[in-house]
Design a protein around this ligand. Structure first.
Ligand code: C2E
Ligand code: CA
Ligand code: CA
Ligand code: CA
Length: 275
């Protein structure tokens, strides 16, 4: 039995096992990352297309791993969702982003909004509203300067989602639908959910200039959103041509490398604190 086990081991000593080990190690590290203060938020500017003014920042998490260096969210958010850590990490994000935005306002920066990404699991957590209330109170941030970004997947829990969104709304927080057009799309929720912003996914934006169909879709989203009294944010704006197209078609807000990549706090302060 022993040698058989050994053989089996040899057979499975493969990239698969390596990958499993890597995942396992990463998960062990992830469990300690919060207490070891290894997460940071970077902030990406959002610009009003009409005035060119800064209107907000999207907060995007990064993990400063002690040996692997900076790990992007795509590499660990899914893991955190699977092992249930996403709620704690997500709470840290809300706290950190609100605390930081209040600090900037107290330091004299022109007040702007901060947007945080909520995972579906976090959105469906029972104490999200209680936690939000607590952070608003503790940090003293005006809720008019806080936005949550949710994805279309939360619409699958239809009744409950409306309930949560209405409570967030009642707190005075803004609500944005992220990655619009890529997920579980139902025009029904645009009508029934108290949403303030629709974010056009960067996969559409990147094709505006070379794919007539994507251009048509963007124009339709913008006009639909405006008819429902919602503002439109385009993400992943990388070129002047894309920006001009979006401006021509009355898109309200732009975000992307054309203006700035997501930046750490010290760089945001260097650029925006004295304006
Ligand atoms: P997302 O919410 O759709 O965020 C936009 C992503 O596009 C970010 O990647 C951003 O850095 C990137 N991006 C911004 N401008 C451009 C551009 O002009 N071109 C291109 N190609 N990309 C651009 P990032 O920071 O790696 O985040 C990836 C995803 O991870 C996010 O996608 C979001 O779903 C998730 N994420 C990030 N932070 C958090 C968080 O605090 N909580 C949760 N639950 N998810 C997060
Ligand atoms: Ca987002
Ligand atoms: Ca997106
Ligand atoms: Ca996304």
């Amino acid at each position: 039995a022993k040698s058989q086990g050994k053989n089996r081991y040899v057979v499975h000593t493969s990239e698969l096992l390596d990958a499993m080990l890597d995942d396992y190690m990463l998960e062990v590290d992830l469990r300690r990352a919060l207490e070891k203060n290894e997460f940071v938020l970077h902030y990406q500017p959002q610009i009003n297309n009409e005035t060119g003014q800064l209107i907000g920042f999207e907060a995007l998490i990064r993990w400063q791993h002690p040996t692997l260096g900076q790990i992007p969210p795509d590499k660990f958010i899914k893991l955190a969702e699977e092992n249930g850590m996403i709620t704690q990490i997500g709470e840290w994000v809300i706290d950190e982003a609100c605390t930081q935005n209040k600090k900037w306002q107290d330091a004299g920066m022109t007040p702007v909004k901060v947007s945080v990404n909520l995972s579906t699991q976090q959105f469906l957590t029972r104490n999200l509203i209680t936690y939000m209330e607590e952070v608003l109170e503790r940090t003293g941030i005006n809720p008019a300067y806080v936005v949550v970004e949710i994805t279309e997947y939360m619409a699958m829990e239809y009744e409950y989602s409306i309930h949560v969104l209405e409570q967030l709304k009642a707190l005075g927080i803004g609500i944005s639908i992220d990655d619009f057009g890529t997920g579980y799309s139902s025009l029904n929720y645009l009508k029934n959910f108290p949403i303030d912003y629709i974010k056009i996914d960067k996969s559409f934006v990147s094709e505006i200039m070379n794919n007539e169909q994507d251009a048509v879709i963007i124009k339709a989203i913008i006009s639909l959103a405006h008819n429902l009294h919602k503002e439109v944010i385009a993400e992943g704006v990388e070129t002047k041509e894309q920006l001009e197209f979006l401006k021509t078609h009355q898109c309200d807000i732009s975000q992307g490398y054309f203006f700035s990549k997501p930046l750490p706090v010290d760089e945001i302060e260097r650029i925006y604190l004295d304006q």
